[in-house]
Design a protein around this ligand. Structure first.
Ligand SMILES: Nc1ncnc2c1ncn2[C@@H]1O[C@H](COP(=O)(O)OP(=O)(O)OP(=O)(O)O)[C@@H](O)[C@H]1O
Ligand SMILES: [Mg+2]
Length: 250
């Protein structure tokens, strides 16, 4: 079986500190795969290794069965491996549509010019409108990011990743910072994503994890503690001891 994303013996050391320990992760095609674990477990580091922002100390990363360990971050995106960030990364002075036009133009190989000031951007404009429509975000198209509620900004961040047409989408805490009980808007969006996109998501909001994930991997101190279905993870005493039973925050 060819996995959408696979890591083999992935290790990362910063000097004497080891933050990723021999991680073998297999993400199936069309996965809804959550990566959970306490603060500092190495979840974001894992995403940074997969996307090429960090170079592993040891191990290999495969995208659709092809090794990409030495491939540049840009080429990984071109090959369909796309991530979002734990912290907001939008252009606040631009509108939602403008924010989406940038990655869309990048993917289509067109230079991006200020909205409305270019004749060759018709394809970009059409693609942006289509994406916003699919995600039920058209009403936000002409709003400036700075005028959006925080949760809406997080939706736009996911939309930006989708504008790059990912095969594998890595979401680093898509609901971080959203008040308790309002993460439903993230879940609604995630449930609307095409089934053939393989999704790996990191989240501390366990409501979201248990409702969306089909498979969960638990990372503790850089290593995989265990993995299984949501029911298996919920019932695992070790997971309760190190994570689920404790107070935690994003
Ligand atoms: N550039 C770096 N140099 C040294 N240590 C680092 C570096 N980046 C991360 N770390 C350490 O690696 C560990 C894992 O960090 P990471 O951000 O991956 O955790 P996380 O699981 O995403 O945590 P959180 O749930 O809080 O987001 C932490 O102890 C962190 O301090
Ligand atoms: Mg993190």
């Amino acid at each position: 079986m060819t996995y959408a994303l696979e890591t083999r013996g992935l290790c990362k050391r910063f000097g004497a500190i080891q933050v990723t320990r021999n991680v073998d992760l297999k993400v199936e095609q069309g996965a809804r795969h959550a990566l959970i674990g306490p603060n500092g477990a190495g979840k974001t580091t894992f995403v940074n290794l997969c996307t090429g922002m960090l170079k592993p100390s040891e191990g290999a990363i495969l995208l659709n069965g092809k090794e990409i360990t030495g491939v540049s971050p840009q080429r990984r995106v071109g090959n369909g491996l796309v991530r979002t960030f734990q912290i907001n990364t939008l252009f606040n002075a631009l509108t939602v549509a403008e924010n989406l036009a940038i990655p869309t133009a990048q993917r289509l190989g067109k230079s991006w010019l200020p909205w409305g000031k270019t004749s060759h951007s018709a394809e970009v404009v059409t693609e942006v409108a289509k994406l916003l429509d699919e995600l039920h975000l058209l009403p936000l198209a002409d709003k400036k990011i700075s005028d959006l509620a925080y949760g809406q900004r997080r939706l736009v961040e996911i939309a930006i990743a989708l504008a790059l047409k990912p095969q594998v989408l890595l979401l680093d805490e898509p609901a971080a910072g959203i008040p308790n009980g309002e993460s439903g808007m993230i879940l609604d969006l995630l449930e609307r994503l095409p089934q053939d996109i393989s999704i790996v998501f990191i989240e501390h909001d366990m409501n979201l994890v248990f409702r969306f994930a089909k498979k969960i991997t638990v990372l503790v101190e850089g290593a995989v503690l265990t993995e299984g279905t949501p029911a298996e993870i919920r019932g695992d005493q070790r997971v309760r001891d190190v994570y689920l039973g404790r107070r935690h925050h994003g």
